[in-house]
Design a binder for this molecule. Structure first.
Ligand SMILES: [Zn+2]
Length: 448
């Protein structure tokens, strides 16, 4: 099969620019017009697609190309089309302009995750257009509401239309883009992510007037409670974290290699962690243990009123294997039994076995074919994705959004950041790798 990449890049690029012009800021989301636009592209190219509405002006697009010879269960391409709010006055180019400037396509969602939406749409229409015989159904699910937890998006789709998206494997966001380590590039492929548990720790007391202080003021208890959280939870280096650190080590100079190797040694971890530069330390720390981050305080609305209740908001992130009920118990013990803990949001950690499947091997092989300076490693990520919502359907999700990024490009800061943009060269490289990997998975005998 001869792919005309120049034409494919141009087509994909124009779709991306157009998609970035739809304001899908969540809240409120308002994803329908963007989904209609994508549905149109699919239908025009002969791919059957439908939009399943989960709320007024919100919905989820599902499309499917049936297998020519069904040999395996379906493969799912998953993505979300909503984005987080942008502050236009902080941007160099307007966040919903989709302009091509300075070698990049700019817009809220360029990184998270409208570019991958377009990779997936392109895969569908290219396979359909060229009549590539698939060995399994290829399903596309572009959902709403990922940025607010998925109640109107993937969670809704899994609960209301499981049969439309049930698959053996899926590709989704977070993973597959290059990290610059020494003179090499490391491509982490997400096979697990931490859980998120958002809590409100409430203290009760006796209300009163601020002019007459007393010791049953619940606000006084907050300080102590926060102090009790300063001590980190014990390190628990999981095999996946070790593997990721070892991949980083192999690409680093000898000094960093030794540090990273010693990091997971019992008793040495805390010492080594303290020696790492700050930007590395924070990420690696989060990889190695459960974390608790106080993110908010609530008390009286008025300066002269002692409230009857005061509370701390906590963002807790848990490693695969953690049980959230046990975690809350341990937390309560640490803070003091007197507090009440309310759960605001609870999404468990995600992991699947074996991650080292034929799919992983194809991802690895395709990246290495297209970047000889690469190292590919499975990874555990500290943020969460829709992968967890797909778990009840038995879907095994790889975070595979392939991008070979230019040296010095600070990609990580662009997730939810100002001036979100994607370099054209990375976009083109990624689209090619994505299509090639999928073709190997879905149609191994058709020539690339
Ligand atoms: Zn995202």
């Amino acid at each position: 099969m001869n792919w005309n990449w120049t034409e494919i890049y141009q087509e994909a690029q124009s779709y991306l620019q157009e998609l970035l012009r739809f304001d899908t800021t969540n809240p409120p989301g308002n994803e329908l017009p963007a989904l209609e636009y994508l549905k149109n592209i699919l239908m025009r190219n002969g791919v059957e697609a439908e939009i399943l509405e989960s709320a007024p002006s919100r919905g989820n697009l599902v499309a499917r190309i049936p297998a020519a010879h069904q040999q395996s269960p379906p493969f799912l391409l998953a993505s979300h089309v909503d984005v987080v709010p942008a502050e236009p006055d902080q941007w160099k180019y307007p966040p919903f302009s989709g302009v091509l400037e300075e070698g990049c396509i700019w817009g809220r969602g360029a990184v998270d995750m409208k570019t991958m939406v377009i990779f997936e749409v392109m895969a569908m229409i290219l396979f359909q257009r060229r009549g590539i015989p698939l060995n399994r159904d290829l399903i596309l699910a572009i959902v709403a509401d990922e940025e607010a937890g998925g109640d109107f998006g993937m969670k809704w789709l899994v609960e209301n239309h499981p049969e439309k998206i049930r698959a053996e494997y899926s590709f989704n966001e977070v993973g597959g883009f290059s990290l610059e380590v020494g003179s090499e590039r490391v491509y982490p492929i997400q096979v697990a992510h931490k859980g998120a548990l958002w809590l409100e720790v409430v203290f009760k007391g006796r209300p009163g007037h601020g002019s007459m202080p007393h010791d049953e003021n619940p606000v006084l208890k907050l300080g102590k409670a926060i102090d009790s959280l300063a001590k980190p939870f014990p390190m628990k280096p999981l095999p996946l974290a070790r593997q990721f650190l070892s991949a980083l080590g192999k690409s680093s100079g000898i000094g960093s290699r030794i540090l990273l190797a010693l990091l997971t040694f019992p008793g040495l971890g805390e010492w080594i962690l303290a020696l790492l530069p700050k930007e590395k330390k924070n990420y690696i720390n989060a990889l190695l243990r459960n974390t608790v981050t106080p993110t908010g305080l609530k008390g009286s609305q008025k300066a002269n009123v002692i409230p009857s209740e005061a509370s701390i908001i906590l963002d807790c992130r848990t490693l695969p294997g953690s049980n959230h009920q046990e975690f809350v118990k341990a937390l309560k013990k640490r803070i003091g039994e007197e507090c009440e803990i309310r759960v605001i949001h609870d999404l468990g950690p995600y992991a699947f076995e074996p991650w080292d499947s034929e799919i992983f091997q194809i991802i690895k092989e395709t990246i290495l074919l297209n970047d000889s300076q690469a190292r590919v490693t499975p990874s555990l990520t500290v943020g969460f994705t829709d992968a967890k919502h797909l778990e009840p359907l038995g879907v095994k999700t790889y975070g595979f959004f392939p991008l070979k990024l230019p040296s010095g490009f600070r990609f990580g800061e662009l997730f939810h950041g100002h001036n979100e943009r994607i370099p054209i060269s990375s976009f083109q490289w990624g689209l090619k790798v994505f299509i090639e990997a999928l073709q190997k998975i879905l149609s191994p005998s058709s020539p690339a």
